[in-house]
Design a protein around this ligand. Structure first.
Ligand SMILES: Nc1ncnc2c1ncn2[C@@H]1O[C@H](COP(=O)(O)OP(=O)(O)OP(=O)(O)O)[C@@H](O)[C@H]1O
Ligand SMILES: [Mg+2]
Length: 292
């Protein structure tokens, strides 16, 4: 079946017609991506992020992993303008460093927080309406008849699987559903880059699975970055992985590549995540370890 085993990329390892997952669905074909160069964040002399480079293509489902304090959340904060940074962050060629939070959001870069930040007393639909209305006037929102649901909101309800809960107050939603609502709020804002900080923390196994599938559904035409400690989740859904440690990029590649990387194994050694990382090691490695 394999026509040429001498090519030097990983393309020969993939079934015919499939692209290199590290490069995302539309790698090289689209200018809609995020390019981070030499990003640093300094907290009063302490460098939480040091000279980080990241290239994220449309269609990429990139996982950002690393031990506690590695700088994962700070990178998301820097990209979304919550903390001042130096270096360059370009979205489709537009520089984000130096721009304000709302300007960056309007350019299509959205994020979620570990604790879902939805309006608990308002319904699912109202939450989405407010998110969508971020760029609309109050008068336009009030003038609309209640029965009219804009197409983008209807689509977000379907995509997130919350359509049947549209009239329920967000406060009664299960933990997982609140996270999906937050993702829906980014969708109606037309975010094309989604930065999700530990989206499956506290979720049941089934909710994790559903979240992963949701990320796949929305990831095809967007750039999705997932900060996560859950290695099982990462192995199931990542198309590429960047490992951070002490504010710097330690390794980058496919799940298999970063798991096999000795530097990565070293920083995870003795941590809970390290155990999880090892669970996924291939059978040969595992039996070698046991034999030693
Ligand atoms: N506002 C701040 N002022 C000073 N130091 C900070 C600030 N925010 C974060 N830090 C420090 O920067 C480092 C990186 O923190 P960050 O929250 O980005 O880590 P993380 O990789 O997200 O960790 P975790 O997995 O625990 O969420 C840590 O040492 C943290 O204590
Ligand atoms: Mg964090």
């Amino acid at each position: 079946m394999t026509k040429d085993t001498t090519v030097s990329t990983t393309a020969h390892l993939l079934p015919d017609g499939e692209k290199d997952p590290r490069l995302g669905g539309n790698a090289g074909m689209s200018s809609d991506y995020l390019e981070v160069r030499g990003l640093s964040v300094d907290f009063g002399g302490f460098k939480a992020v040091r000279d980080v480079d990241l290239t994220l293509f449309q269609g990429d489902l990139r996982f950002l992993i690393g031990p506690n304090g590695a700088g994962k959340t700070t990178i998301i904060d820097a990209i979304t303008g919550l903390v001042p940074s130096t270096g360059s962050i370009q979205k489709s060629g537009v520089e984000l460093v130096g721009k304000k939070v709302h300007q960056i959001a309007r350019l299509g870069v959205g994020r979620t927080f570990q604790t879902a930040s939805v309006f608990e007393e308002l319904t699912v639909l109202q939450n989405l309406d407010i998110a969508a209305g971020a760029g609309r006037s109050v008068r336009t929102m009030l003038r609309r008849r209640p029965a009219e649901v804009p197409a983008a909101i209807e689509e977000a309800l379907e995509t997130t699987g919350l359509a049947h809960l549209r009239d329920k107050p967000a406060g009664v939603l299960a933990h997982g559903q609140k996270q999906w609502l937050e993702i829906g709020m980014l969708l109606v804002q037309n975010a094309s880059v989604l930065l999700l900080d530990e989206p499956v923390a506290g979720m049941s196994g089934e909710e994790r699975e559903q979240t992963g599938n949701l990320l796949r559904r929305i990831g095809g035409e967007r750039t999705v970055v997932v900060v996560e400690h859950d290695m099982e989740f990462m192995r199931s859904f990542a198309t590429s992985v960047t490992v951070l440690a002490r504010g710097q990029v330690l390794a980058e590649g496919t799940v298999e590549e970063v798991q096999a990387n000795p530097k990565v194994q070293e920083v995870y050694l003795g941590t809970m995540e390290g155990d999880a990382l090892e669970d996924g090691a291939d059978a040969a490695n595992t039996s070698q370890n046991q034999g030693a």
